[in-house]
Each structure stands twice: as C-alpha cells, then as structure tokens.
Ligand binder design. Structure first.
Ligand SMILES: [Zn+2]
Length: 166
C-alpha cells in the first residue's frame, strides 16, 4: 500500500516535471520565433524617443539613427553601434536574445550606452581610444542619462564596416 502511494507520487512528479519542461521549452521557442512582446517594443520606442530628444536638446542633433533589434548578434554582445565608412550609415543594434533576462538593463543601460557611440559618429569622432570609450563618449553617455557609462569596460561594441559578423 505504502509502495503504491510512493509509486504514484513519483509518477506524478515525473509527469509534472515533464509538463514544466515542455512549457519552458515552448516559451523559449515562442520567444525565438516571434518579435518582442508589444509592451516591450513600446518601452524601447519610448526610451528611444526620449534619447532622441536628449540628443537634440543637449547636442543639437536631429539625425535619426535606425535601431535594429536583431537575433543574429553573437551572444557576447548586448548591443553594438556600427558605422560604415563607405556609406556613412550609422546604426544601433540590440541583441534580441538578451531581452529575456535583462529587460531593464537593455533599456536603461545598454541603449543609452550605444546611443552615445552613435552620437560620437554623428559628431565625426571615430576615435578608437579605449575601444570608443573616451572621456568625450562618457560625457555624452552621462548626458543621455545612461547608467552604463563606465570607460573601462572591456567590450568592443563599436564596429566599423560590419562584414559578415552577423
Ligand atoms: Zn561601448
């Protein structure tokens, strides 16, 4: 009798566990294969408009920089800013796969950080001092109310003439 109950307990546990596993696999699958949820998109959009307004009021910049949410960025990048010497095109990419665990970080830290790189490009400053994290970049990042304006981070997140990286 006791053994039977034990059996039922274990079988139930296994079934529940499997259901949870399938559910979480389904969720990450769904995340991979659909755009970001609407409320997340709206938050990004709102922050981006705010950054544009700061760029204008603090630096007189009106140029709009395209923001691309990409799932093709290598995992080590949360975001990057790119500049094409050939076309003069400036773009910001955010790694879609990083939104899942780090939503606030992506919006409040990474986005202003990359936007500051984009403004450096707009101002014609392509210095690779400290991989683009010069004092001037830092001042811009802080003016954009960024939280991740540390100059001595070890990330190479500015890319010139992106090739087949992604
Ligand atoms: Zn950077």
């Amino acid at each position: 009798m006791f053994l039977n109950r034990l059996k039922i307990f274990f079988i139930t546990t296994i079934i529940m566990g499997s259901i949870l596993l399938i559910y979480s696999l389904y969720n990450s699958y769904k995340f991979k294969n659909s755009p970001l949820e609407k409320n997340i998109q709206e938050r990004i959009q709102k922050k981006y408009l705010y950054l544009q307004s700061l760029a204008y009021t603090k630096f007189g910049i009106t140029r709009k920089v395209p923001l691309i949410i990409s799932d093709k960025l290598p995992a080590k990048f949360f975001g990057i800013a790119t500049y094409s010497k050939k076309t003069g095109k400036i773009e910001i990419y955010l790694n879609k796969n990083r939104f899942k665990e780090s939503l606030d970080y992506m919006i409040d830290d990474v986005l202003p950080h990359e936007y500051a790189h984009a403004i450096m490009f707009i101002l014609g400053d392509f210095s690779d001092e400290n991989a683009g994290h010069s004092k001037k970049w830092q001042d811009i990042c802080i003016a954009l109310e960024g939280k991740k304006c540390n100059r001595f981070v070890n990330n190479n997140d500015i890319i010139f003439d992106k090739t087949n990286l992604f």
